[in-house]
Design a binder for this molecule. Structure first.
Ligand code: CA
Length: 225
């Protein structure tokens, strides 16, 4: 089995090395970087299976990094914070992080969190995969086995949303993912595609709501079980 790769973004080198050693012992392949500016390029290049991301970093802070990463990737992110009071703020910001650990922590606790987050990410995508099938080569989608007649844009939207069930995407994040060339489209464009996509999902599975609006924030994909 190939080891899962963890990227540690932490400027306290001794702490980063300690985490790397513990994760290595637990069977992961861990690498460290110590500067916030290097984080986004490293995540793009290495596409790790999980990122441990400190908030207070030189160059670029962890919150900005997290926001940027969510523009192109669903990689599980565990934020590391030195202040308990920051947790509420983190949760309120809807950054799209998967979990948080507070300093000081035991490396063992961090390893346990990493395992749990990776397991959850795998289970969630397996569950959703059973209900929704996407064939990228033909832009064909099925919900509970029923074929959906989607445009390429609707297919892409569904693909992004359903790749991380339960995760809230802001309109800005959706636009960034849909139009990486930064073509200018308005929020309304996203809303109107969502509306059409919802109608099509609704006719394939009457009474079930797959795409949920989160007031003032954006949208998420979630099937009721
Ligand atoms: Ca730090």
């Amino acid at each position: 089995m190939i080891a899962q790769r963890i990227l540690i973004v932490e400027d306290e080198k001794s702490l980063a090395n300690l985490l790397r050693d513990y994760l290595g012992q637990a069977g992961y392949e861990a690498a460290c970087i110590h500067n916030g500016l290097e984080a986004v390029p490293a995540i793009r290049e290495q596409s790790p299976d999980l990122v441990l991301l400190d908030i207070m970093l030189p160059g670029r802070d962890g919150m900005a990094v997290c926001r940027d990463v969510r523009g192109f990737s669903n990689v599980p992110i565990i934020m590391i914070t030195a202040r308990v009071e920051e947790i509420d703020r983190l949760l309120g910001l809807e950054l799209g992080a998967d979990d948080y650990v507070c300093k000081p922590f035991s490396p063992r606790e961090v390893v346990a969190r990493v395992k749990a987050v990776l397991r959850r990410a795998r289970d969630v995508s397996a569950d959703a995969a059973a209900d929704i099938e996407l064939d990228e080569s033909r832009f064909q989608a099925r919900l509970h086995g029923r074929k959906l007649d989607l445009t390429a844009v609707e297919f892409k939207l569904l693909q992004i949303l359903s790749s991380a069930p339960g995760r809230i995407y802001t309109r800005g994040q959706l636009m960034q993912r849909m139009y990486p060339d930064r073509r200018i489209v308005s929020d309304r464009t996203i809303d109107s595609h969502i509306k059409k996509l919802r109608r099509k999902l609704g006719s394939a599975s009457p009474g079930e709501e797959a795409i949920h609006s989160v007031y003032g924030v954006g949208y998420k994909f979630e099937l009721e079980n």
